[in-house]
Design a protein around this ligand. Structure first.
Ligand SMILES: [Zn+2]
Length: 182
């Protein structure tokens, strides 16, 4: 099984090795430098992991073949889970009687999908993107009645939860970084 819909995208294939489901990302022909040094390739690796359930091992096939260690897989898995939470939030319906529902900055489909893209394409810049969104939303004045205000509050709570999840993830990554066995 392989996907190569976009030009320049990293192709991937799935295979079974013993009891392990192995996803191999081919970064020989893509224009990137591979997930270890190229955020675009890393984003595609995460998208592939998000699209395929239950992958145990990720192999990056570039000029040399690299297998991601267990600790690395755990970090990627957590990023995929957080991306899944953002997708879930993006599917929520905006309030029915909101007059500005097509222009509102709180449209879940736009807001949370943009955050998901930011997380997967460049996780390091995610906190800054979040801060920017939260500041913009705090500056919004809801004039369209109680449904709008409710949506505004609920969105603020969702963003707080996502920010907390990301903080936990960052702490987890730092902890993993210190678990080096020589
Ligand atoms: Zn690539």
């Amino acid at each position: 099984m392989a996907n190569a819909k976009e030009n320049g995208a990293c192709r991937y294939s799935l295979g079974q090795e013993g009891r392990e489901l192995v996803l191999t990302l081919a970064c020989k022909e893509c224009s990137g430098r591979g997930p270890l040094s190229d955020p675009a390739c890393l984003g595609r690796a995460l998208e592939a992991l998000a699209a395929e359930d239950g992958v145990d091992t990720l192999i990056i096939s570039g000029h040399i073949e690299t297998q991601i260690q267990l600790a690395g897989m755990a970090v990627l898995g957590r990023l995929v889970v957080l991306a899944g939470d953002l997708r879930q939030l993006s599917m929520r319906d905006p309030p029915r009687d909101c007059r500005d529902r097509h222009r509102c900055a709180l449209r879940p489909g736009e807001l949370f999908e943009a955050l998901r893209t930011s997380l997967l394409s460049d996780a390091a810049s995610f906190p800054a993107v979040m801060r920017d969104r939260i500041a913009r939303i705090n500056g919004l004045v809801c004039t369209a009645g109680p449904a709008c205000r409710e949506c505004h509050d609920a969105t603020g709570e969702d963003l707080d939860l996502i920010a907390q999840s990301f903080d936990e993830l960052a702490r987890y990554i730092i902890k993993q970084g210190f678990q080096i066995v020589v």
